[in-house]
Design a protein around this ligand. Sequence first.
Ligand SMILES: [Zn+2]
Ligand SMILES: [Zn+2]
Length: 328
Amino acid sequence: MRALQLNAPDQWTIGEVPEPRPAPGEVLIDVVGCGVCGTDLHTLAGGNPLVRLPAIPGHEFGGTVAAVGARVDWLNVGERVVVDPSISCDHCARCFEGRPNLCPDKGGYGSRYPGGFAQKTAVRATSCVKIPDEMPWEVALLAEPLSCVLHGIDRLGTATGEDAVVLGAGPIGLLTALVLRHVGTEVAVVERSDVRRAVADKLGFDTVVSSVGELARPDTAVVVDATGVPAAIEDGFNTLRRGGSMLLMGVAKQGSRVSLDPHRINWHELTIVGSTAVNSTFGRAVDLLARMGDQTEPLVTHSVPLEEFGQALDLVRSQGALKVLVRP
Ligand SMILES: [Zn+2]
Ligand SMILES: [Zn+2]
C-alpha cells in the first residue's frame, strides 16, 4: 500500500509499505481522508518527542472498516468510522485521575503508532466512532479538531450566554467560535489573515476584525487564544473584564514569554486555563457534527491526493488555507 513515511526530521517519502494486519481487538481501516494539522508540521520537522521513526504521521483520519480482528464483535466490514487517535498508558496517576491527555507516556496514532497518511491503518476497535450514513467525510473528518475544542470549552467552564473573543481564525479558532455561538455566546473573531477573516465572515460572525484594538467593547467575559502568539495572548488578557476567563488553546513556542499584570488576576479574579488534546470528548464531537455539520463546511478549503502531500503542506504553511484534507 502507499503511505507517507517520515524517516528522519524533514525527510519524508511517499512509497510502498507493507499493509498492516489487524491484531486481536483491532480493525483495519481503508483511509478515506486525513486532515493536516499544525502539529503535523512539528512532527515532520522532528519536533514531536512522541514519534518513533520511521513513522507514518496523520492523526485526523477516518475511513471504512476493511477487515476485523479477533474479539471485535461490534464493528463490521464496510462501516464508516472516525478514529480517536489518543492512546495513553492507562496506569499512571494522571490516567487514573481521568486525565489521560496529560499522561507523560501518551502517544497515539500518527505519532508513536502509524497514522492516517496511508491507504490503510490498523487501529483499536475501541478508538473508532461510527458516523451517520448521511454525514459527508468533509464534516466527519473534523471530529478530532472539534473534540480538542470541546475539551478546551470543558476546561473553560461556563461560557454560555456570555460574550467571547476568539483570537485566531484557523480551524481550531473557528470551530471554537462556532461551538460558543451554538450555546448562545456572542462571539467576536480576531484574525490577521484576510483569507481566514473571509471564511469567518462567510460563517456569519457579526464581529470579525484584524486586531483586538478594533473591538468596540473593551471588557470581555471570555477570551480564547487559538494562536499561541505572545502578543495576541497579552492583547486578549488586557480585554478581559472583572471575573473574566481566558483559555489558552493555541500551541505556543516552547520557552516563549508573555507579560501579564498579576494585580489584575488577583484584584479582578481572572481565570486562566490551558487545554491540550482530547479528553472524553470524541464521541460528543461526532454527535455535535451531526447537528451542526453543515455550518462547518467552509472550514475544509482543500482536498489533495496523498501523492501531492508537499502541496498540502505548502497550503497549511501559507495560512491561505483552512483545513486541508489528504485523500490516500
Ligand atoms: Zn490535530
Ligand atoms: Zn498514563
